[in-house]
Unconditional design. Structure first.
Length: 196
């Protein structure tokens, strides 16, 4: 479960990163595009990042994913403890009913209603914790995407690439255009300066 969640986060971030990179690249007005069509062509400068590998080496992403995994384990433990307690109480109730352990039917009915309420609480807890984890995962994804996007904007002010792609959307790419290591180093340097 842990690995599939991490893989899902990485894939979601890769898609989001591609989306951001695609839509936040240098925007040129129509007059520039028209001039290029008239023979003033300049070579298109392209670079790409391997988003999936970058996310495994970006310190912020690693920290957030570790915190998420810890919180998920805490929630899982809380839910499991309550579910196991309910299952024990329900089994005890069944056993007591079978051996006639209740003095009155009214008392048995009260216990059954109490167990029904506990079961609903356990189900609600499962739903609430799943929702919290989903929201937390979305916030983490957004935080990482925002961080990478803002870094790439600043990074590209000096590099002046026309296009920065996510390698997940490419079929083939020359290693000379791979800026993953440089971008990851810059992200980590910026993260370390913020955490000091």
């Amino acid at each position: 479960m842990k690995n599939s969640t991490i893989v899902n986060i990485v894939l979601a971030l890769a898609v989001a990163g591609l989306y951001i990179i695609y839509f936040t690249g240098n925007k040129k007005d129509k007059s520039t595009q028209t001039d290029m069509g008239k023979g003033n062509d300049k070579p298109l400068t392209i670079a790409y990042v391997k988003m999936d590998s970058m996310l495994f080496t970006y310190e912020l992403a690693k920290k957030l994913n570790t915190e998420f995994a810890s919180k998920r384990e805490d929630y899982k433990k809380e839910y499991t403890e309550k579910r196991i307690k309910f299952e024990r109480d329900a089994a005890s109730f069944q056993e007591k009913v079978q051996r006639g352990g209740f003095l009155t039917e009214d008392r048995a009915r009260q216990e059954q209603e109490r167990l029904g309420a506990v079961q609903q609480e356990v189900q609600k807890l499962d739903y609430d914790l799943t929702q919290k984890l989903s929201e937390m995962q979305e916030q983490i994804k957004q935080q990482i995407v925002d961080s990478i996007s803002s870094f790439l904007k600043n990074y590209n002010e000096t590099k002046k690439y026309d296009v920065i792609l996510n390698s997940a959307s490419m079929l083939e790419g020359s290693p000379q255009y791979n800026i993953t290591k440089e971008v990851t180093q810059g992200l980590n340097d910026r993260y370390k300066s913020f955490t000091k």
